[in-house]
Write a protein that binds this ligand. Structure first.
Ligand code: NAD
Ligand code: MLT
Length: 309
């Protein structure tokens, strides 16, 4: 397959691309390109591999005149204009379960960081202070975790929470009450999840229906002192409404791995709040998950070009 050129535009695991190399594909990896430089780089590519940084627009597809396939080394394809790809006969492939465990673990790391205020206590001690009274946390046992989106990641988060003896409730319009019961999870309407959760975590895709799902009306229904975790997509939470809910004391803390604009501007109001714990879209960033998603996408691309399926 010497003639097939694959352009890798984001930071995708090198070893994970081995199935393509072994099959003789030509791989060019240049990350961080924008605008004309990116358009020029994809001009002769037959396939494009991205994570979440590169926005694959209709214009980019038109610049890549030979493009037949786009591989997303991860779950969310919201950075790819899928209808535009379909209209051009370009296949879009992703790696739906390659980073599930890793992202669920990061979600739980954020949840624990929020409950025990670990990042704040760490910063305080490194700054030379010993503030034991200031950093009293909250125990997880007996608390209610609300999960919005009971898919792959949501379910792993649920099982970890049950290990901590939390009560797990969830909202997902595509999961049946029987499926939830088997997992020992109480499936409820969205409003009831907002009302009952002590901790609330969201694991849905970003779609027109889910954009802004957690906004001012949702915060108004929540318990005072609720803690929020978002390790899915930035646009799912209305950031201005979250800021106001934290300032008013309704929300005790939020842990965010994702932002509506990435990277968020340095003067983003949420970054200034002590109650907010952040990571720079690290949910899927373990060596294991990155290798796994790269292999899954590389194998799909290889099979597509070799066999047409
Ligand atoms: P999934 O498809 O397995 O699960 C998503 C679930 O959301 C499904 O069960 C679906 O029924 C449910 N859902 C859809 N619309 C809904 C709605 N309106 N209300 C409630 N539930 C709804 O996906 P997943 O692998 O669990 O990934 C979940 C999210 O996490 C995605 O947005 C993905 O892009 C994101 N993600 C982020 C990172 C990261 O680095 N932070 C890593 C992996 C995945
Ligand atoms: C995903 O949707 O899989 C994540 O955004 C992972 C990533 O690319 O970091």
């Amino acid at each position: 397959m010497d003639g097939v050129k694959v352009f890798v535009a984001d930071d995708v695991s090198e070893s994970g691309l081995e199935p393509l190399r072994a099959a003789g594909f030509q791989i060019e990896k240049r990350t961080g390109l924008k605008g004309d430089a990116l358009f020029e780089a994809v001009r002769d590519a037959d396939a494009l591999i991205v994570r979440s940084e590169t926005k694959v627009t209709a214009e980019l597809m038109d610049a890549a005149r030979r493009l037949r396939a786009i591989g997303r080394a991860g779950v969310g394809v919201d950075n790819i204009d899928v209808p535009a790809a379909t209209a051009r006969g370009i296949v879009v492939m992703n790696a739906p379960d390659g980073n599930t465990m890793t992202t669920a673990e990061h979600t739980f790391a954020l949840l624990l960081a929020l409950a025990r205020r670990i990042p704040q206590a760490h910063a305080s001690l490194k700054a030379g202070r010993w503030e034991r009274k200031k950093f009293v946390g909250t125990e997880l046992r007996g608390k209610t975790l609300g999960i919005i989106g009971l898919g792959r990641i949501g379910r792993v988060v649920a099982s970890r929470a049950q290990g901590f003896e939390m009560k797990v409730i969830a909202y997902d319009p595509f999961v049946s009450p029987e499926q939830a019961r088997e997992l020992d999870i109480e499936l409820l309407p969205l409003e009831a999840v907002f009302e009952r959760a002590d901790f609330l975590t969201i694991h849905t895709p970003l779609t027109p229906e889910t954009r802004g799902l957690i906004g001012a009306q949702a915060f108004a229904r929540m318990k005072k002192g609720v803690r929020i975790i978002n390790c899915a997509r930035g646009g799912l939470i209305d950031e201005q409404a979250l800021y106001e809910a934290i300032r008013s004391g309704k929300v005790a803390g939020a842990a965010l791995d994702v932002f509506s604009e990435e990277p968020p501007p340095p003067d983003h109001p949420l970054l200034a709040l002590e109650e907010v714990v952040v990571t720079p879209h690290l949910g899927a960033s373990t060596r294991e998950a990155q290798e796994s998603v790269a292999v899954i996408v590389a194998e799909q691309l290889r099979d597509y070009f070799l066999t047409g399926s």
